[in-house]
Write a protein that binds this ligand. Structure first.
Ligand code: CFM
Ligand code: HCA
Length: 531
């Protein structure tokens, strides 16, 4: 494997070779791993990366799923259109609640606005939104040209707040500021913790939690909520899948933060711990065994025999329903291999679900992860300063004088901290097999080359690289949007995933696809050829 990898890397110019070599490693036994991975750095200019921009992370990922806010894109129409909620965010309202997810709000800036300034158009758009929808909150998200021409979106937000008496927040998330994760999510989340969380007072039930880092892709959040509610949890808020600003206001009242995607939200978990005394626990509701483990870990935190008994009851009930169907799909999938390249958590989470089906992951990589997502939070203190975090406001958080409280005693925390992932994430790599590949910021050239080297049966990624695999005759599955399928989370979701994977690999289409390298002579040394 190492030889093949080096041959691939040698096709790069010297400077790129050095850079990319640091982002690709072969997994070895934990104690013998010779190199730590380089992550959270800027992509080499000119490389066709798969990463999304800061605006995509702020508007598309974090604020987009909020049903009751007008999330207004200040910029040309393309950015608003691409992040339009209906593409993948799912939301359901109760009663006469406002559901704005089906709309695409944008100032639709034109050339004249770029030359003469867009603030007037922004004020006009807010006025129209208020008149038509009467929302309680509006969130302005700026795109690249807005930052370049210097529109003062904060001033417009202040004006609108006074003029209409509603909450109007401004997010300076211009795409060029960085990638989805290290820029966009953080800017959005900082805004939510500064202005929204902590402003409500709903009385919470016995086992109250927030589900953090769950974006309801393909309806995953609904499936997770179904199981948690069946056990008896009170879900105070989901951040942010099918979420609302109204719910988020009460998030500080929950006893425990349950973290699905560590990358996008671990800092909110940390800030809420400092501010409100709320612990967080890392879970993974993708995969059957991992869902069972996560439910049991949560029950350990609450340390209540009734909750533990109910957890076991629900696990037994749900599992017995799906086990025979999963066995059938496993017969089809067993022994296959997969390569996964997704944002900052799914490349880890889906390995567990694939394992339930007998599929081995031979390559896994992230677009936006930091070293701790690969190697575990124990490396946090060794991460270099020059990581790509330049544009993120660092908030000074202090205990909240009215809402801070101690949920579990120090004694209890000490007792359970080695049993459950409390305020801890072990990262992706520890669970990977020795010899498998770990690639940060995989690009199109490497995708083609590694598919040739590894020949996986399944390639899971996003829309930008999906067809690279298809054209090579390899079944590909989008893990950002599930190709309009799902949910894939929890017990019932696992069956949907198993069905889709079994269908994908057994379809006869793949044998009719002839990849270019089978018919065309290879261009020795070129980035598009290779042996
Ligand atoms: Fe977290 Fe996400 Fe992901 Fe992510 Fe993303 Fe996403 Fe993703 Mo696309 S927050 S890291 S930056 S789980 S948008 S909902 S699917 S790349 S793996
Ligand atoms: C982003 C958004 C994205 C893109 C998906 C894809 C998403 O990059 O910030 O490339 O298919 O999940 O919508 O990750």
């Amino acid at each position: 494997m190492k030889d093949k990898l080096n041959k691939m890397l040698e096709k790069y110019p010297a400077a790129v070779f050095k850079n990319r070599k640091e982002h690709i490693i072969v997994k070895e036994a934990d104690s013998e791993q010779p190199q730590s991975i380089t992550a959270n750095t800027r992509t080499v200019p000119g490389i066709i990366t798969n990463r999304g921009c800061c605006y995509a992370g702020c508007k598309g990922v974090v604020l987009g799923p909020l049903r009751d806010a007008v999330v207004l894109t200040h910029g040309p129409i393309g950015c608003g259109y691409y992040t339009w909620g209906t593409r993948r965010n799912k939301g359901r309202t109760e009663g006469d609640e406002l559901n704005l997810l089906n709309y695409c709000f944008s100032t639709d800036l034109q050339e004249g606005d770029i030359v003469f300034g867009g603030e007037k158009k922004l004020r006009q758009a807010i006025t129209e939104a208020v008149e038509i929808f009467k929302p309680k909150s509006i969130m302005i998200c700026s795109t690249c040209p807005v930052g370049l021409i210097g529109d003062d979106i904060n001033a417009v937000a202040n004006w609108a707040q006074k003029e209409y008496g509603i909450q109007v927040l401004a997010f300076s998330c211009e795409g060029y500021k960085g990638v989805s994760q290290s820029g966009g999510h953080h800017i959005a989340n900082n805004g939510l913790i500064k202005h929204i969380i902590g402003t409500g007072e709903r009385a919470v039930g016995k086992y109250s939690i927030n589900l953090l880092g769950e974006y309801n892709i393909g309806g995953d959040g609904w499936e997770i909520e179904r199981v948690l509610k069946k056990i008896g949890y009170d879900i105070v808020s989901v951040m942010t899948g099918n979420g609302t600003v109204e719910e988020l206001k009460n998030a500080h009242m929950a006893q425990l933060n349950v973290v699905q995607c560590h990358r996008s939200i671990n800092y909110i978990g940390e800030m809420m711990q400092t501010k409100y005394g709320t612990d967080w626990i890392k879970v993974n509701f993708i995969g059957i065994k991992s869902t069972m483990k996560s439910l049991r870990d949560m029950a350990v935190y609450f340390d209540d025999p009734d909750l533990m008994a109910r957890t076991e009851e629900v696990i037994a009930e749900e599992f017995s329903e799906i086990a025979p169907i999963m066995e059938e799909y496993k017969k089809i999938c067993q022994g296959k291999t997969a390569a996964l390249f997704v944002g900052g958590s799914r490349a880890h989470h889906y390995q567990l679900l694939l394992e339930d089906l007998g599929v081995e992951t031979v390559l896994a990589g992230y677009e936006f992860a930091h070293r701790d997502d690969y190697e575990g939070r124990e490396v946090l203190s060794t991460i270099k300063e020059d990581a790509d975090s330049k544009n993120i406001e660092s908030l000074d958080i202090e205990p909240d004088s009215t809402h801070y409280r101690v949920v579990l005693s120090q004694e209890r925390l000490e007792k359970i901290k080695d049993q459950i992932p409390l305020n801890y994430y072990e990262g992706m790599m520890k669970q990977m097999k020795n010899g498998s590949l770990v690639v940060d910021d995989l690009n199109h050239f490497e995708t083609e080359e590694l598919l040739k080297i590894l020949k996986p049966d399944i390639f899971c990624s996003g829309i930008k690289d999906k067809y690279v695999a298809h054209k090579a005759g390899i079944f590909s599955k989008q893990l950002h949007s599930y190709d309009y399928s799902g949910p894939y989370a929890g017990f019932k979701g696992a069956v949907n995933f198993a069905r889709d994977i079994a269908m994908g690999i057994t379809t006869p289409s793949w044998k009719y696809v002839i990849p270019p390298w089978k018919t065309q002579p290879m261009l020795e040394g070129s980035l598009i050829g290779g042996k």
